[in-house]
Design a protein around this ligand. Structure first.
Ligand code: NDP
Ligand code: 8G0
Length: 451
């Protein structure tokens, strides 16, 4: 029995990685990497702190703040800040752990980290959000820096919050530096960073479709969950490429197409506006033929789809939902969210891949499919170091190249290390995990982190 506290989300992320490494030939070829796995699973450092702030009524409010500095073998710690009432150490450790290997897959020089607080931005005034961000950064600013640890936004943290946090760092430390990414474009932010995760996800799936001989996006039916940053830009790019988006959702319910309906660009623009005001999808009157289902996730309500893109939060596709997606003919599942699928859902997809051959399922884990967000954060850091800004076209092209490399790196690594039967498709989850792990483990070895 372990004497450690139970950390269900972290244990799940660890199990997924360890299972794919164990079921490959990696440890036969490199038994010493078992030591690397033991070492890499413990964060280099965890910072926990108190955040006190004043609400509009003049009352003191207090929250728990965190930064998990998980691994710096490939560069400064890098990863988002999540503001959500569910935030705890287990969730931030799972996110920080996945971030290590994801960042390695981008090919850029970034370590892995994650942070946040159990603060709920919903129902707060703009002034309360500002006071919270200032109080949070007052403490976090001691532990970060452009060459040490570079946070960004995640759930509940967008451009406005990054602005308040950047301003606090600038004033308190008397330094204007690239200490955060996702900044405003007129004060050091990169073009395409807001779009990067959603666009990158769609670029990644383009390669899945291509290698499977399934053609282009034209005419594909796509189910998307979430209606925040990742979901919004994934949906817009799908529509731009000729696909039909048949759902969006939030924490309270789902919007699903009915009677040949679909999500339009106007729907998405109106939802962007609504979400900026921290409102719920329930308050939206759809323009197209969409119905709102309270308390639901989209997967079992969308009928046949070709592609499913979970883009809200962890564990948002269950085993039963995975089975319905497969039964309804969905062949491509790619996570925009981190750990969007439960272990049991992944098992459903991976079993289909193993047994069905030819027309089998392709499942892409978040650490590969959503690496476009952190990749463009890496490009923002590069631009800040040079004190230059690249054009939209330059950044978008680099994002496309990075997503292509992430896809083929996972595919080729699977072929190299995972034994396959005749006709079986390579496992993107195993290949991506092994590729990310080997790169980090090797750097750690060369630095003397393990021996
Ligand atoms: P946002 O805060 O912009 O949007 C989050 C969306 O998910 C909202 O629709 C929200 O609903 C919904 N959601 C949040 N928590 C829950 C929950 N517990 N149950 C159901 N729905 C929930 O965040 P992002 O779009 O940035 O992030 C979405 C996912 O993508 C996360 O897993 C994040 O870690 C991941 N990701 C984000 C990247 C980025 O660059 N932003 C990069 C890579 C991954 P509501 O509005 O009701 O709260
Ligand atoms: O840019 C980032 O560092 C960032 C922000 C939010 C989420 C992620 C992620 O990769 O999950 C990265």
């Amino acid at each position: 029995m372990s004497n450690l506290p139970s950390e269900p989300e972290f244990e799940q992320a660890y199990k997924e990685l360890a299972y794919t490494l164990e079921n490959s030939t990696l440890f036969e070829q490199h038994p010493e990497y078992r030591t690397a796995l033991k070492v890499v699973s413990i964060p280099e450092r965890v910072i926990q702190f108190r955040v006190t702030w004043e609400d509009d009524a003049g009352n003191l409010q207090v929250n728990r703040g965190y930064r998990v500095q998980f691994n710096s073998a490939l560069g400064p710690y890098k990863g988002g800040l999540r503001l959500h009432p569910s935030v705890n150490l287990s969730i931030l450790k799972f996110l920080g752990f996945e971030q290590i290997f994801k960042n390695a897959l981008t090919g850029l020089m970034m370590g892995g980290g994650k942070g946040g607080a159990d603060f709920d931005p919903k129902g707060k005034s703009d002034a309360e959000i500002r006071r919270f961000c200032v109080a949070f950064m007052r403490e976090l600013s001691r532990h970060i820096g452009a060459d040490t640890d570079v946070p960004a936004g995640d759930i509940g943290v967008g451009g406005r919050e990054i602005g308040y946090m950047f301003g606090t760092y600038r004033r308190d430390r008397n330094r204007f530096e690239g200490v955060l990414t996702g900044k405003g474009t007129h004060w050091g932010g990169s073009l395409i960073r807001p779009e990067a995760t959603g666009y990158g996800l769609v670029y990644y799936v383009t390669h899945m479709l291509e290698i499977a001989g399934a053609g282009s996006w034209e005419g594909k039916r796509v189910a998307i969950s979430g209606s925040g940053n990742v979901a919004q830009y994934a949906a817009l790019k799908c529509i731009e490429l000729g696909a039909t988006v048949v759902s969006l959702s939030d924490s309270k319910g789902a919007l699903v197409a009915v009677d040949d309906g679909f999500v339009t660009v106007e729907d998405i623009e109106a939802i962007m506006d609504l979400k900026l005001k921290r409102k719920s999808l329930a308050e939206y009157t759809p323009k197209g033929n969409l119905k709102y289902i309270e308390g639901a996730r989209p997967w079992v309500h969308v009928g046949h789809v070709d592609v499913a893109l979970p883009c809200a939060t962890q564990n948002e596709v269950s085993k039963e939902e995975a089975e319905v997606l497969v039964a309804n003919g969905c062949r491509f599942i790619a996570e925009g969210s981190n750990m969007g699928c439960t272990l049991e859902a992944i098992e459903v997809f991976e079993n289909e891949r193993r047994t069905k051959k030819g027309d089998a399922i392709w499942y892409a884990p978040g650490k590969a499919a959503n690496c476009g967000g952190v990749a463009v954060s890496g490009l923002e850091m590069a631009q800040n170091s040079q004190r230059l800004s690249w054009t939209k076209e330059e950044v978008d092209q680099k994002l496309k190249d990075i997503m292509k490399n992430a896809f083929y790196n996972g595919l080729e690594t699977a072929k190299k290390y995972v034994p396959m039967e005749e006709g079986e498709l390579p496992s993107l989850v195993a290949g991506s995990n092994i590729a990310g792990f080997v790169k980090v483990a090797q750097a750690m070895y060369e630095h003397g982190d393990w021996w």
